[in-house]
Design a protein around this ligand. Structure first.
Ligand SMILES: NC(=O)c1ccc[n+]([C@@H]2O[C@H](COP(=O)([O-])OP(=O)(O)OC[C@H]3O[C@@H](n4cnc5c(N)ncnc54)[C@H](O)[C@@H]3O)[C@@H](O)[C@H]2O)c1
Length: 337
């Protein structure tokens, strides 16, 4: 219980809901969202296949924390068979399960079509069948692809995808629109910008850099470390989801898509320097040319969501890295190979 209480959040707004379904609840964002909901006495029904997208011990660790709460129930199943779930009453669906790695989509595009597009249709069909009218789902900053206009705004035309992953998230948003228009299923989609924090994904840059430094391994910096990323701290993401939920909980008609970022870009080179400082170790850096799949920059404009919720959440990057590194140091054995 100790760990569970430690990462419970202070704010509480999911109050009127009884049961929610979270797909991908043992993933990074799903786990933090589940913690928030459970701390507010909401039943969380989770589905997670423990896919092999990265080392499943991270998913097990998250699940082991969640299962300490009696209001949590996990179905360790693949979404492709969502019909196994015969649920009487779900108030809300958070659809977060997806194959989330961008670069891997280059070698296995059809897998991303199945995981991210087909499964999204299955979730919306499930909602339709069970008359669940409210869904929040994960989109991504990758929908902006090669867009050269910064900061990225929700009104920008999404015509320049750089990866099948990005294409799959554009499709996800279109699917949500279709189910809204034709079947009145309300939804909000969230374009997350590089989320990081405790219990984060070991396949993401921050964790790879820590791991490489601990193991004295080389760090490849593509585009010579000049790529700029808008890094978003997990607590901010959960606070935004929470605030949006509060806004829509009594609404019967809503549809929109929002950026969730930090409105600040940091170069990957700067990030490595910060991690060197934190670990008090020098990284072995190998500068590499640009990878076509990687946009040179990501930067969110947050006006739309800030206006919607009439608030702004913004963790200073250094503070976010400090909290993340404290967790990494406590769990250092996970990163030593
Ligand atoms: N973390 C980020 O920086 C980021 C940025 C943009 C978008 N997103 C999106 O946010 C969502 C959550 O991302 P995350 O970082 O928590 O990723 P994650 O990989 O940690 O979580 C996804 C979870 O979904 C599960 N899953 C995948 N396919 C499944 C299936 N077919 N059936 C059941 N479970 C399945 C995985 O086992 C995993 O636990 C994803 O949709 C991702 O594309 C994340």
């Amino acid at each position: 219980m100790f760990l569970f209480n430690k990462i419970c959040y202070k704010h509480s707004t999911f109050l009127t809901m009884k049961s929610v379904l979270i797909t991908g609840c043992c993933g990074f964002i799903g786990f933090h969202l589940a913690i928030r909901l459970l701390s507010q006495n909401i039943n969380v029904i989770g589905i997670d296949s423990f896919s092999s997208s990265y080392d499943i011990k991270f998913k097990k660790i998250r699940h082991n924390i969640l299962k300490k709460n009696k209001k949590y129930k996990l179905y360790k199943k693949d979404l492709s068979n969502i019909n196994f779930l015969n649920i009487k009453k779900i108030d809300f669906i958070f659809h977060l399960a997806a194959e989330a790695g961008v670069r891997k989509s280059i070698n296995n595009p059809l897998y991303y079509v199945e995981q991210n597009i087909s499964n999204t249709i299955k979730i919306f069909e499930f909602a339709r069948k069970h008359k669940i009218k409210k869904i929040f789902y994960a989109s991504s900053s990758s929908v902006y692809g090669n867009n050269k206009s910064y900061p990225a705004r929700e009104v920008h035309t999404l015509s320049k995808p750089l990866s099948v992953y990005g294409i799959s998230k554009i499709a996800t948003e279109n699917i949500a629109y279709y189910y809204y228009k034709i079947f009145n299923i309300n939804s909000l989609g969230f374009r997350f910008f590089t989320v990081y924090g405790p219990y984060g994904r070991p396949d993401m840059s921050i964790f790879i850099f820590f791991k490489s430094i601990f193991n004295k391994k080389k760090i490849n910096l593509f585009n010579y470390g000049k790529n700029l990323r808008d890094f978003t701290f997990i607590d901010d993401v959960i606070n935004y989801l929470d605030a949006c939920l509060k806004k829509v909980k009594s609404k019967n008609n809503f549809f929109d898509v929002y950026n969730i970022g930090d409105e600040k870009s940091i170069s990957v080179k700067e990030l490595v320097k910060l991690i060197e400082k934190t670990t008090k170790n020098k990284a072995k850096i190998s500068l590499k040319p640009k990878i076509k799949l990687d946009p040179e920059k990501s930067l969110a404009e947050m006006k739309k969501i800030n206006k919607f919720i009439k608030n702004r959440y913004k963790t200073n990057f250094k503070d976010g890295i400090k909290k993340t590194s404290e967790w990494i140091f406590k769990n250092k054995k996970l990163f030593i190979s």
